[in-house]
Ligand binder design. Structure first.
Ligand SMILES: NC(=O)c1ccc[n+]([C@@H]2O[C@H](COP(=O)([O-])OP(=O)(O)OC[C@H]3O[C@@H](n4cnc5c(N)ncnc54)[C@H](OP(=O)(O)O)[C@@H]3O)[C@@H](O)[C@H]2O)c1
Length: 292
């Protein structure tokens, strides 16, 4: 049985993908924080899909010790991971720091996923035609308005308080894209496909933290979670997808910001992430190429 791991697989876009992959016969590993929501969904999938194998782990991805612990447990009970779907994300209305002192959205969406990927890569390498899919966002474009470094460790300062969380959210989504491009290069020789996508503006719980007036204005333009998950499921399962290191929207490759294509920014983020997480053996794509 092939295994799919989905972070943020208990709500919104990830939940739709979890149900779809269970129906396609995948064993599921779901990671999110809320145990009630996670256990209820696991029950529901077992009920709706006879024979479904679903494990839920309650983990906060911004808590790096917890990420290391869950990865170790998964390595102990799983032979291989064919689909690693790095989907968890959130929008915090107020500036908030993780346990490690990083801006919370960045710690969850980028650093937590960077660490989880590092810890589970041996299992991904064991799978046949493995794929890694990262949920980024069109919001990565707004990060062009701020300096990427050194803002990562510090609050994004903005005279308009309402804009600061949006800029931090955009930065976390730009980090997703920079990571995907570097990781795709890094894993090219292993035949591991790595892609990012924007799901569209999707009516999910993500919007519960954005200002009410803004929500009312954009609600008519939002799509439902089924539609939002379509490109994620496509990238995970469609045999026609052969590209790696790309950014997709509505099943097509889409344009990304100039910054997301900056080699310098990619390398700096990779190095920063390794240092922040105490990782020494992930490797630098550029160095590996040079020494090949
Ligand atoms: N909705 C949109 O319009 C939209 C647009 C572009 C991109 N996206 C991206 O799509 C992805 C999925 O979002 P969604 O819209 O489906 O939102 P959602 O319904 O709020 O789902 C987010 C999922 O992530 C989990 N999560 C959040 N923080 C976490 C943490 N610190 N550790 C572990 N799990 C965490 C949540 O579970 P818990 O709360 O229980 O942890 C939930 O399962 C996100 O990366 C988001 O940035 C969404």
């Amino acid at each position: 049985m092939k295994t799919a791991l989905i972070t943020g697989g208990t709500a919104g876009i990830g939940r739709v993908t979890a149900l779809a992959l269970a129906r396609k016969g995948y064993r599921l590993i779901l990671i999110a924080r809320d145990p009630d929501k996670g256990n209820a969904l696991a029950e529901r999938i077992r009920h709706d899909v006879p024979g479904a194998d679903v494990q839920f782990y309650a983990v906060d991805l911004s808590d790096f010790e917890a990420v290391r612990a869950v990865a170790s447990e998964i390595r102990g009970n799983t032979d291989s991971i064919q689909l690693l779907i790095l989907n968890a994300g959130l929008y915090t209305r107020r500036h908030r720091l993780s346990k490690s002192g990083h801006e919370f959205m960045f710690a969850t969406t980028h650093l937590g996923h960077f660490l989880l990927t590092h810890e589970l890569l041996p299992l991904v390498r064991q799978a046949e035609n493995p794929r890694i899919i990262v949920t980024s966002s069109v919001a990565h474009h707004v990060a062009s308005l701020i300096r990427f470094f050194p803002g990562i460790e510090h609050p994004t300062k903005s005279r308009m308080r309402v804009l600061a969380p949006l800029l931090s959210y955009g930065r976390s989504k730009l980090a997703n894209l920079l990571f995907v491009r570097s990781l795709a290069e890094h894993l090219q020789a292993d035949g591991i496909q790595v892609n990012a996508f924007h799901p569209g503006g999707v009516r999910t719980e993500l919007w519960r933290s954005t200002p009410g007036l803004f929500n009312r204005m954009i609600d008519p333009f939002l799509i439902d979670a089924e539609e939002g998950a379509d490109t994620q499921i496509f990238l995970a399962t469609d045999p026609a997808v052969s590209q790696s290191g790309q950014y997709w929207c509505r099943r097509r490759r889409d344009l990304t910001s100039l910054r997301s294509r900056s080699r310098n920014l990619r390398d700096r983020l990779w190095q920063y992430s390794e240092e922040a997480l105490g990782i020494s053996e992930f490797g630098h794509p550029q160095e590996e190429k040079a020494s090949a």
